[in-house]
Write a new protein. Structure first.
Length: 483
């Protein structure tokens, strides 16, 4: 997005809203329209609707200490319910185009690291505790203070790194890029397609989707991303009906036999707040909570900064509007995720798809959250969008976020090197948190060796120390005898 566009999205004088809804969400004041907000809300939903399939698969295929599994249908209901409620609350309370749902990565930690040590209810209780701790950090002002302490250039680097990261997610999830099996003994971690070459109808859908998206963007067509998603979904449905395709991945593009499915609320409230302390050692519990807390804390920080920057909503000092409320709602989402047994919910970087469509306010969240609410009853119909049709949106948004790289002073090594590491580590390690940690540590180190340690905010010193613990978590666990 050009600087001119961003300035247009944030005029100095607020024009009077056309009605009370416009004034409440500041739609006109932020240079947006109801049509843009609705398109953005739709685009965000379709790019993250996969969580309705993926989260139940990750949690449902794992067993707890006693061999118990979570019911798939109940997980779908819990996932959709939390996403709907918290996304709407973020829209109304935070007024940012920032959707929330069960966090990928966090759900894997819960499923494969925490659940094997205790019961599911105890594991979800840990998630609730982590969310409550985040809320405490917000109420005390510490979480917001950390975000304000980050230099503007590093915030821009976080946004650029996220752009590359989500583009990489799009390529991987669509099958355009795949991991090379370690058994091959190769030093190249990824390759083109599944075998080093592109093949199959699903890949064709993705490639056509990318071409369609960039063509529409180049011609500045309104609704480019959403048009691409819907068009390629129809194409995928047609192809799937006439071709013999082994697998599309998580979602098969076909008209479902049953359109309506009743929600099942059996997992709501099924958690034990302190039961984990009776299942394993206190040190283990503390380290598990710390792992969840740090990942959730900085994934959200990166996402909020990246999305807000791309929307052109950062103020002159690089601060996020309504940041305190936004962070508190995000912390409450973690609590809600644990309380519903759907794992910690957090802000979604896929919200960038909505921003790419023009979302600038929380009104778009009403659309996204409303669709998640509808998904409680129409999950079979709303999960027919294959990743191959949605992933081109992530690639396109990756480009839009990448344009902020020009604002970083690459001739000034004390900021350029940390910025580079932030940008590079995110996609290369498949983690927003890792990229932020690498950038923080490099920034503190370089400032110190240049004799400028006093220029580093004390919160960055403390945060960097925590990242040292985060990166060295396995040696620390071994030191304390934690398995």
């Amino acid at each position: 997005m050009s600087d001119a566009q961003k300035v247009a999205d944030r005029p100095v004088a607020e024009p009077p809203g056309a009605n009370s809804v416009d004034r409440f969400f500041k739609i006109s004041a932020r240079g947006s329209t109801f049509a843009r907000e609705i398109r953005g809300g739709l685009a965000t939903f379709f790019t993250m609707a996969y969580i309705l399939v993926l989260n139940p698969i990750i949690l449902g295929n794992a067993k707890d200490k006693y061999g118990h599994t979570l019911d798939g249908a109940e997980l779908v209901t819990a996932t959709a319910l939390v996403a709907a409620v918290m996304t709407i609350i973020m829209g109304v309370g935070g007024n940012l185009p920032l959707a929330l749902a069960a966090g990928l990565g966090l759900n894997a930690v819960v499923a494969f690291q925490i659940a094997p040590l205790m019961s599911w209810s105890d594991a979800m209780g840990l998630v609730v505790l982590e969310g409550l701790l985040i809320c405490v950090l917000v109420v005390t002002g510490l979480r917001e203070a950390v975000m304000h302490a980050i230099p503007q250039a590093l915030k821009q680097a976080i946004s650029v790194g996220i752009g590359l990261f989500i583009a990489f997610i799009g390529f991987v999830d669509a099958g355009f890029v795949s991991r090379i099996p370690d058994i091959a003994g190769t030093t190249v971690p990824v390759q083109l397609g599944a075998t080093g070459a592109l093949s199959g109808w699903p890949i064709l859908v993705f490639c056509l989707g990318v071409l369609l998206t960039i063509a529409l963007l180049a011609r500045k067509v309104k609704g480019a991303i959403l048009i691409s998603i819907l068009t390629m979904t129809v194409v995928a449905i047609v192809i799937n009906s006439v071709a013999d395709i082994k697998s599309w991945g998580l979602t098969t593009p076909k008209v479902p036999d049953d359109i309506v499915a009743a929600p099942e609320f059996g997992l709501i409230g099924d958690f034990s707040l302190f039961g984990s302390f009776g299942e394993t050692t206190v040190i283990t519990v503390v380290l598990l909570i710390f792992t969840l807390l740090l990942s959730d804390f900085f994934d959200t920080m990166g996402t909020v900064v990246g999305i807000t920057a791309e929307a052109g909503l950062l103020d002159e000092e690089g601060k996020v509007p309504n940041l305190g409320r936004v962070l508190l709602i995000d912390g409450a989402a973690a609590v809600a995720g644990g309380a519903s047994s759907s794992s910690s919910a957090t802000s979604y970087i896929e919200s960038a798809a909505g921003v790419g469509e023009g979302s600038r306010t929380g009104f778009s969240n009403l659309v996204t959250g409303g669709l998640f609410a509808v998904a409680l009853f129409l999950t079979p119909l709303l999960t027919i969008v294959p990743m191959q049709a949605a992933a081109p949106a992530l690639v396109a948004v990756g480009f839009l976020m990448m344009t902020q790289v020009k604002s970083i002073d690459w001739d000034k090594y004390e900021i350029a090197i940390p910025a580079f590491l932030t940008i590079a580590v995110m996609p290369f390690t498949y983690s927003i948190t890792n990229g932020i940690g690498a950038g923080f540590l490099a920034f503190v180190l370089i400032k110190t060796v240049l004799g400028k340690a006093k220029e580093v905010h004390w919160l960055l010193w403390g945060t960097s120390a925590l990242f040292l613990v985060y990166f060295a978590i396995n040696p620390i666990q071994q030191l304390f005898g934690v398995k």
